[in-house]
Design a protein around this ligand. Structure first.
Ligand code: PLP
Length: 391
C-alpha cells in the first residue's frame, strides 16, 4: 500500500498523553497530563444537569452560541481592557488546542516561518507541521527562562509570519514581564508579524507577578490572535471549550477554518458554561488562592525531599532537575519513576528543542490530599531511583 502522509510521519504521539497511559498501567499518581482530580464548581455542574434536560442538543452557530459569546465578551472585555465585540471578534473552538491550530491555519501559508520559544507546549510543533509552517525556535534559557532580545531579533530577521506566545508558560511557569512583552511587541511591529497567544493559564499567576494580555499592549490588538479556554480556569478540561479573540478581519477568516475543522464546540456545554463566564470576580481570586496553596505545598515538599526544582510564576507545573540520577534518557527515568515510585511525570525533552534531558515536569492541579500522597512517594525517589541506576 502507499505510504501515509509525510505530515503525519513527522511527529510522534503526544509524550504527555503517553505518560498518562503509562501512569495508568502502573497505577501511578498521574502528575503528568495537566488536569485536576477535583470537581468543577457546583454551580457549573448544576447548570450542566439542567442543560441535559432543557438542551440545546443540536448544533449551535458554528462560531459559537450567541449567549456564550455575549458572556465571554463581557468577561474578557473586563480582563483584557478593551471592548470585545461578541458578534465580530470571537470564534468559539474545541479548547485552546483547536484555537491554536485554527489560528495557525488562519495566519500561515505552507512554508511560512513561525517563532516558537523553547521550551514549548508540545502541541505547537505538531500544529506547525500540520499547517506546513516551519518553526524557528528561540531559547528561553533555564533556570530563569528568559530570552535574549538579540537572538529573538535574529529570528525575526528570518521574516516569520507569526510568533507563538504561551503566557503564562507551560512547562516552565514563566510569566513574561511587561518589559519582555514590549520587546516582543516592538519586534512584531518592526517585522510585521502576527502574534498568536496561548493564555489558558491567564488566571493562575502567582503574586507578585501579574498577567499582561499581549493584545493590550499599544498597537498589538490588531495583530494578535488571543487564544484561551475554559479548561483550566473552571477545571473543565473535558468540556473542550476554547476561543480565539481577534479583530474582525482575522476572525472572519478564522471562523471559516474553524467551521471546516470541527463545525463547532458542543452546544449544551456552551450553554452550561455561560454560568461560569458570569461568575463574580471573587471566583478568580479563590481559584488563585487555591492554586497558590497547592504550589506552596508542592514546592515545599519537593524542597524537603531534596529534589531540585524551579518554582513557577504561573500555571501549575514544576520542572525538577534529575541530573544527579545520571539517566541518559529522561523518558526512561519517567517510566522507571512511574513503575518504582508510583508517580507519573513528563520527560522534559518533549518540551525543548535543545538537547535537554535533565528536567522532568510535574503538575500540581490535584487535591491537597493527592499532593501529600504524591510527596510521600517522592520522598523515596532518591533512594529508589539511585538504586535503580546501580542495578
Ligand atoms: C499551554 C496550554 N495550551 C493549551 C492546552 C490545552 O487546552 P485546552 O484544554 O483548552 O485544549 C494546555 C493543556 O495542558 C496547555 O498547557
Amino acid at each position: 500500500m502507499k505510504d501515509l502522509s509525510e505530515r503525519s510521519a513527522q511527529f510522534t504521539d503526544s509524550v504527555i498523553r503517553r505518560m498518562t497511559r503509562i501512569s495508568l498501567q502502573y497505577k501511578a499518581l498521574n502528575l503528568s497530563q495537566g488536569f485536576p482530580d477535583f470537581d468543577p464548581p457546583k454551580e457549573l455542574t448544576a447548570a450542566l444537569a439542567e442543560t441535559a434536560g432543557s438542551g440545546p442538543h443540536q448544533y449551535s452557530i458554528t462560531w459559537g452560541a450567541q449567549n456564550f459569546r455575549a458572556a465571554l465578551a463581557e468577561k474578557q472585555s473586563r480582563c483584557m481592557g478593551r471592548a470585545i465585540d461578541p458578534e465580530k471578534e470571537i470564534v468559539v473552538t474545541c479548547g485552546s488546542t483547536e484555537a491554536m491550530m485554527a489560528a495557525m491555519l488562519t495566519v500561515t501559508n505552507p512554508g511560512d516561518k513561525v517563532i516558537v520559544f523553547s521550551p514549548f507546549y508540545e502541541n505547537y510543533g505538531a500544529d506547525a507541521i500540520l499547517a506546513g509552517a516551519e518553526p524557528i525556535y528561540v531559547p528561553l534559557v533555564p533556570p530563569e527562562f528568559r530570552f535574549d532580545p538579540d537572538v529573538l531579533e535574529d529570528a525575526f530577521r528570518q521574516k516569520p509570519k507569526a510568533l507563538i506566545l504561551c503566557n503564562p508558560s507551560n512547562p516552565c511557569g514563566r510569566v513574561f514581564t511587561r518589559a519582555e512583552l514590549e520587546t516582543i511587541a516592538a519586534l512584531a511591529a518592526k517585522y510585521d508579524a502576527y502574534v498568536i497567544t496561548d493564555e489558558v493559564y491567564e488566571h493562575i499567576v502567582y503574586a507578585p507577578q501579574r498577567h499582561v494580555y499581549f493584545s493590550s499592549l499599544p498597537g498589538m490588538a490588531e495583530r494578535t490572535l488571543s487564544c484561551s479556554s475554559l479548561s483550566k480556569t473552571y477545571s473543565i478540561t473535558g468540556w473542550r471549550l476554547g476561543y480565539i479573540i481577534a479583530p474582525d478581519r482575522i476572525i472572519e477568516a478564522a471562523r471559516k477554518v474553524h467551521d471546516f475543522l470541527t463545525v463547532g464546540a458542543a452546544a449544551p456545554l456552551q450553554e452550561a458554561a455561560v454560568t461560569a463566564l458570569r461568575f463574580p470576580q471573587e471566583y478568580y481570586q479563590s481559584l488563585l488562592d487555591e492554586y497558590t496553596e497547592k504550589r506552596s505545598i508542592f514546592v515545599t515538599g519537593l524542597r524537603d525531599a531534596g529534589i531540585p526544582h524551579i518554582p513557577p510564576e504561573g500555571a501549575y507545573y514544576v520542572l525538577a532537575d534529575i541530573s544527579e540520577y545520571g539517566y541518559k534518557s529522561d523518558l526512561e527515568f519517567c517510566e522507571t519513576l512511574a513503575r518504582e515510585v508510583g508517580i507519573g511525570a513528563v520527560p522534559g525533552s518533549s518540551f525543548f528543542r535543545e538537547p535537554v534531558n535533565h528536567l522532568i515536569r510535574f503538575h500540581f492541579a490535584k487535591k491537597n490530599e493527592t499532593l501529600y500522597e504524591a510527596l510521600n512517594r517522592l520522598e523515596s525517589m532518591r533512594k529508589k531511583m539511585l538504586r535503580g541506576q546501580e542495578n
